[in-house]
Design a protein around this ligand. Structure first.
Ligand code: ATP
Ligand code: ZN
Length: 313
């Protein structure tokens, strides 16, 4: 075997090992699908504590709370450009909407083990790919922003079609975000504040981290160019924590400046009538939770006192 093949094999084993441990301790529950897990009480209480810790850190800004389901409007989704940029990650909902005779065809198909899914039609809903997507059209519908702009606290189950045995790469996972809309200066300042806070957050949890410039996984050859542009302009940063053994560290938070992309898309405007800029900071709740188990062990009662105090004050 080539050296890089050996490396890759060791990495796969190490990840699988972490996943196996999580399953063995009952923290994650196997569902028969890679990247889709149930979770037990211990896992949920750690995850919940992280969510509340983030809320405490952001409390002084009085963000408006919005909670959306794991599904969103297909037309908002199409407008957002997600489908064009990340078709490989998107999940859409299809349903049977035929009459009696198409029902008979459907039954026949499934009885003989033929594919019946082609008899379904697309619906007006898709799986939410990132918690912030429903926020921009919601703000735009209200009319002009006021001079302070807007700040929204949002959290959602998110779907991405990236099945993996790496426990940090799930198909359905929870994402918490703060979303800011306003002038370029306002949203850049917001992002900077959270870049600083994020490092403190990680260190208060005893998690080693680094912040790095990053890009989104745009599809295809054109996508490479988009990704380069995004990096050159410093539009996306990530806070990385080593979670998977022998593997490059994992993005557990991201800090995104969209310039006027969403503003233009939905005609989201400032008090002056100009197009608004937006930014979001996203916390991967599963990845943060997993990093606690990775670094402090599988039994929260045995975690360092300072970490427990930060989570459960
Ligand atoms: P990656 O580069 O690892 O695919 P990302 O940086 O593109 O992730 P974002 O689109 O910025 O991810 O999503 C915000 C946050 O959601 C990430 O920082 C991460 O913590 C979390 N996240 C993204 N994809 C997944 C996934 N498949 N499983 C678990 N958490 C995820
Ligand atoms: Zn976002």
């Amino acid at each position: 075997l080539e050296e890089h093949e050996l490396m890759a094999e060791t990495e796969v084993r190490a990840q699988t090992c972490f996943l196996d441990e999580l399953l063995k301790h009952g923290l994650l529950i196997d569902t028969g699908v890679d990247g889709l897990y149930g979770r037990n009480d211990t896992y949920e209480s750690a995850c919940d504590a992280i969510d509340k810790l983030i809320a405490r850190i952001g409390r002084d800004e009085h963000a408006e709370v919005m909670r959306f389901p794991a599904l969103m409007s297909r037309s908002y989704f199409e407008d957002s450009g997600y489908f064009k940029n990340f078709p490989h990650l998107a999940g859409t909902v299809h349903c049977f909407c035929g009459d009696e005779s198409s029902h008979r065809r459907l039954i026949k198909c499934s009885d003989v083990g033929e594919d019946w899914t082609g008899q379904q039609q697309s619906t007006d809903v898709v799986l939410t790919p990132a918690a912030c997507y429903p926020v921009y059209p919601t703000l735009a519908k209200r009319g002009l922003l006021d001079t302070a702009g807007a700040l929204v606290d949002v959290r959602s189950d998110c779907f991405r079609r990236e099945p993996s045995r790496e426990p940090t790469r799930m198909q359905m996972f929870r994402m918490r975000e703060y979303v800011r809309a306003g002038t370029a200066e306002q949203v850049i300042a917001f992002r900077q504040i959270w870049l600083d806070r994020a490092e403190n957050l990680a260190s208060s949890l005893g998690l080693p981290c680094a912040i790095e410039i990053a890009n989104d996984p745009f599809f295809g050859r054109i996508g490479k160019v988009q990704a380069e542009g995004q990096r050159e302009q410093g539009l996306k940063f990530e806070l990385l924590i080593p979670v998977n053994e022998g593997e490059t560290p994992t993005a557990c938070m991201s800090f995104n400046y969209h310039q006027d992309h969403f503003g233009k898309t939905w005609s989201l405007r400032l008090a002056t009538g100009e197009i608004a800029h937006t930014a979001c900071v996203a916390f991967g709740l599963e990845r943060l939770t997993l990093s606690l188990f990775r670094h402090h062990g599988f039994v929260p009662a045995e975690w360092p006192e300072a970490v427990r105090a930060a989570l459960w004050p």
